[in-house]
Design a protein around this ligand. Structure first.
Ligand SMILES: Cc1cc2nc3c(=O)[nH]c(=O)nc-3n(C[C@H](O)[C@H](O)[C@H](O)COP(=O)(O)OP(=O)(O)OC[C@H]3O[C@@H](n4cnc5c(N)ncnc54)[C@H](O)[C@@H]3O)c2cc1C
Length: 344
């Protein structure tokens, strides 16, 4: 029986894999990808499947699931070296992201706490520079170790060479080329989280933006906010059968943000606006859609499988929303998840 990708994606969508390999060691991981490349067979690297939309027809090549494990610090004894630069923590790509965040909070490693509750693997986080509630991994990544499928060798990129931007990186810009093997984070140590950079989180914690709160409290507050929006996976709740936010927030030349829409000025003079606002004001409210695929009833930006959807249903909904926003505001939304074997 072929492995069905719907069993490996949080949208629970996607047809069969031509071949499916689960790689538990770094050597197996590199070998699986190298073998496919040598035979000129396409290979898809799969983490937690939480940012993937896979075609109903499936993926004809080899799907390589990253199942490597291991968290190592730069000090004997495992709790890291206390230094003004913080602790260096190197994490295997297949580790579950939220387990790492929980570990960081428990050990007093600062800088990941606002990223609590994001599904998926550690190795995928540099791909789109995962971010939420005022933090993004670019702020704490020291380096990313990869297998370069073009040069056929292991390389290490310092953070400054990763091309991190809003939901982007050199890895996302050059799709499929780099297999992330491990990520090294540089994390200050302490009991208080990093300064809170997001107004809604600051309000929930009862602090001002820019102030700090205890690590564990930040984690709990973020998990609470995310649960209320259907942004923490829950098998019983169809609002979480998604790939998270389906569209990125558009970054526009100043002056092109519609009147009344949120406007967050960027360092380069452009302005970021809210995709959720645009979608709602184009007439697509929470819960919009058919019985198969619909917007989450808790969060306009999440496109969800209500239980019996096919990928075609989800894509039809995505096109309806994207085209409706473009017709109303002249702004074309861009999908955040990676589309495999399908297009919008
Ligand atoms: C409920 C929900 C909430 C979410 N909230 C957020 C959020 O707040 N912020 C945010 O940024 N994202 C969010 N996401 C999106 C998603 O969780 C992240 O993008 C996550 O990092 C994807 O990890 P993954 O392991 O599931 O990657 P996958 O979906 O398996 O893969 C995504 C892409 O990364 C590639 N990839 C995966 N692992 C590797 C590797 N080791 N080396 C090279 N390439 C790799 C894949 O080939 C694919 O192109 C959310 C998703 C869901 C379902």
């Amino acid at each position: 029986m072929p492995e069905l990708l719907r069993d490996h994606t949080t949208l629970r969508l996607g047809g069969p894999a031509g071949r499916f390999v689960s790689a538990g060691t770094e050597a197996e991981l590199i070998e699986a990808v190298r073998e496919a490349d040598q035979e000129d067979r396409p290979a898809l690297v799969l983490g937690g499947g939480s940012n993937l939309v896979v075609a109903d027809e499936g993926y004809p090549g080899t799907v390589v699931e990253v199942a490597t494990r291991g968290i190592h610090t730069d000090a004997d004894g495992g709790d890291g070296a206390a230094s003004c630069g913080g602790v260096l923590v190197t994490v295997a790509a297949g580790e579950t992201w939220d387990d790492l965040v929980a570990t960081a909070v428990a050990r007093g490693w600062v800088g990941l706490e606002a990223l609590s509750g994001i599904p998926g693997s550690v190795g995928a986080t540099p791909i789109q520079n995962v971010g939420a509630y005022g933090q993004e991994v670019a702020q704490t990544i020291a380096s990313v170790r990869v297998w370069d499928r073009r040069l056929r060798g292991v390389r290490t990129f310092a953070a400054a060479d990763c091309g991190f931007g809003y939901r982007s990186s050199r890895f996302k810009a050059d799709p499929g080329r780099h297999l992330v093997l491990s990520v090294t984070f540089q994390l200050p140590q302490g009991d208080l989280g990093a300064p809170v950079g997001y107004a809604e989180l600051a309000r929930t914690l009862g602090v001002e933006v820019g102030r700090r709160a205890p690590l564990a409290e930040v984690r709990e507050a973020v998990l609470g906010l995310r649960r209320a929006k259907g942004m923490v996976l829950d098998a019983e709740d169809h609002d979480t059968w998604s790939a998270g936010s389906f569209f990125t927030n558009p970054v526009l030349p100043a002056g092109l943000v519609p009147p009344g829409a949120p406007a967050w000025p960027q360092a380069d003079g452009t302005v970021k606006t809210s995709a959720a606002w645009l979608i709602e004001h184009a007439g697509f409210g929470k819960g919009h859609g058919g019985p198969a695929a619909g917007l989450s009833t808790k969060h306009t930006l999440a496109l969800t499988n209500r239980g019996a959807a096919r990928t075609a249903d989800l894509l039809a909904l995505a096109r309806e929303v994207r085209d409706g926003v473009e017709a109303r505001f002249g702004i074309r939304l861009v999908n955040e998840p990676v589309l495999v074997g399908c297009t919008l």
